[in-house]
Design a binder for this molecule. Structure first.
Ligand code: 5GP
Length: 198
């Protein structure tokens, strides 16, 4: 089967990290691990959650075209290593990127066939509660992240699907249903069509 690139975006606190990890472990999607210059949070592991790196190394990767896309988010750089994504897609896998909007739109420019899904918490109030409860950032960073979330709202219309994440299992099932349907689009089934004539 032809590979498929799925992009999940959503504000910090939308629960997209948990959803994407479940798509990897429970549904067998190939989860791309990003490179970032931000410091690891308690419990985060290098090579598992991110490849944590220095600004100098990030710049080198960017200049040497090792990143599929990159963006600055609340003072830190984030980027998707190109090699992993291209290899998995060539092998026919469903590759999932958990990235913010600017990066998502860059990827769409390069892979027009990518499926873009936006994950929202039910309300702004709930989003703010989740960030405060998560307690991984100080008050200034939480404010900056909420401000960024509000800036992102008008860009949601660039996405193909919107999912309200009030329950993780339900959001995962919806994404999996979207992926199943998207893989059945005739333009993604050229092999089966060719096979018919053998
Ligand atoms: P966090 O610091 O909370 O892990 O991530 C901050 C934001 O950066 C989130 O919206 C997350 O989706 C996004 N992000 C993570 N990795 C990448 C990446 O490789 N590229 C882009 N453009 N955004 C990313």
């Amino acid at each position: 089967m032809q590979g498929l690139l799925v992009i999940i975006s959503g504000p910090s606190g939308s629960g997209k990290g948990t959803v994407v990890k479940q798509l990897d472990t429970a549904k067998g999607y190939a989860r791309s691990i990003s490179v970032t210059t931000r410091a690891p949070r308690a419990g985060e592991e290098d090579g598992q959650d991110y490849f944590f790196t220095t600004p100098e190394e990030f710049t080198r990767m960017r200049q040497e075209n090792e990143l599929l896309e990159h963006a600055l988010f609340v003072g830190h750089n984030y980027g998707t290593p190109r090699h992993y994504v291209e290899k998995q897609i060539a092998e026919g896998k469903v590759v999932v990127l958990e990235i913010e909007i600017q990066g998502a739109l860059q990827v769409r420019g390069k892979f027009p066939d990518a499926v873009l899904i936006f994950l929202m918490p039910p309300t702004l109030h709930e989003l703010s509660n989740r960030l405060v409860k998560r307690a991984t950032e100080d008050a200034v960073t939480i404010d900056a992240r909420l401000k960024r979330a509000l800036e992102e709202v008008p860009l949601i219309n660039e996405y193909d699907y919107l999912i309200i994440n009030d329950e993780v299992d339900c959001a995962v099932a919806k994404i999996d249903a979207i992926v199943d349907a998207e893989r059945l689009r005739p333009r993604r089934c050229q092999q089966q069509i060719t096979h018919f004539f053998i």
